[in-house]
Ligand binder design. Structure first.
Ligand code: PNS
Length: 157
């Protein structure tokens, strides 16, 4: 499973999801509520955008959940979490979560290095650039670009 906030899904997320879809028979991408972050899109909106952006992979399912990632994995007998790593700076936090999740429920996490093309990419930057009228069309899929434009500027990005 690939858990995340996906607020909104970016081309960096899709790179990881697509590579997981080639490696695994089934992939679940789940939108989690991260209460330490303020969100631009509702969980339902994020889920809708993910579903549309991952349509090309028949073995990818999209879901949403509030609670612990490991509870979700245990309820659905999902044995592994895959997380993308953009840079060493992601590693501390991700290692801590991976060790906690393994300790809590025996669920392992595998790290996949992101394509270097996306190593600078973050949903928070996409939200900020779009808010101030910058062009995010190379960073997110077209449907997300449109939603960002609608949300911030009533149409134009
Ligand atoms: O895209 P993000 O914001 O980096 O994703 C973080 C996410 C949603 C994967 C993380 O906040 C998370 O796992 N939230 C669910 C609650 C949980 O399981 N917390 C315990 C982690 S040890």
């Amino acid at each position: 499973m690939c858990p995340g906030s996906f607020d909104p899904v970016t081309n960096g997320h899709l790179d990881i999801i697509g590579r997981c879809a080639e490696l695994y028979d089934e992939v679940v991408v789940a939108v989690f509520v991260n209460e330490s972050k303020t969100s631009l899109f509702t969980v339902d909106e994020r889920r809708e955008m993910l579903a549309e952006a991952t349509e090309q992979w028949a073995n990818v399912q999209v879901d949403a959940f509030q609670g612990l990632v490991v509870d979700y994995c245990q309820a659905r007998q999902i044995p592994v979490i895959v997380k993308g790593l953009r840079a060493v700076s992601d590693f501390d936090y991700e290692l801590q979560m991976a060790q906690m999740n393994r300790g809590l429920a025996g669920v392992d996490t595998l790290f996949m290095p992101t394509n270097p093309e996306y190593s600078f990419l973050a949903s928070s930057l996409v939200r900020e650039i779009s808010k101030w009228g910058g062009d995010v069309s190379s960073l997110v899929p077209p449907l997300v670009c449109k939603r960002l434009g609608d949300r911030h500027h009533g149409g134009a990005v």
